[in-house]
Design a protein. Structure first.
Length: 87
């Protein structure tokens, strides 16, 4: 199997490589370069619609979906880039 690159959502630094489908739970990792928190979890299968057949194509659970913690914008973490309101 081919390994997939998992990169930081902020600075795009390579965090690790993983086989598709190898992740079974949630993984949280902090980027050593920009200190952003990255969360990786298996992609949930899409809900079935009534018009879909019951046959499976065998591809469920092979892809992982990256969720990034964006509660604090990058500019707010660096005081030099923060804009100030006029007095």
């Amino acid at each position: 199997m081919k390994l997939q690159d998992q990169r930081c959502g902020e600075c795009r630094r390579l965090l690790f490589k993983i086989e598709p489908g190898a992740l079974s739970g949630t993984l949280a990792i902090k980027c050593p370069r920009c200190k952003a928190h990255n969360s990786l979890r298996p992609q949930s299968p899409s809900p079935k619609r009534p018009d879909q057949s019951n046959e499976r194509d065998g591809k469920e659970g092979q892809n992982a979906h990256v969720i990034r913690d964006q509660s604090t914008p990058a500019a707010a973490r660096n005081p030099r880039e923060t804009e100030r309101e006029p007095l």
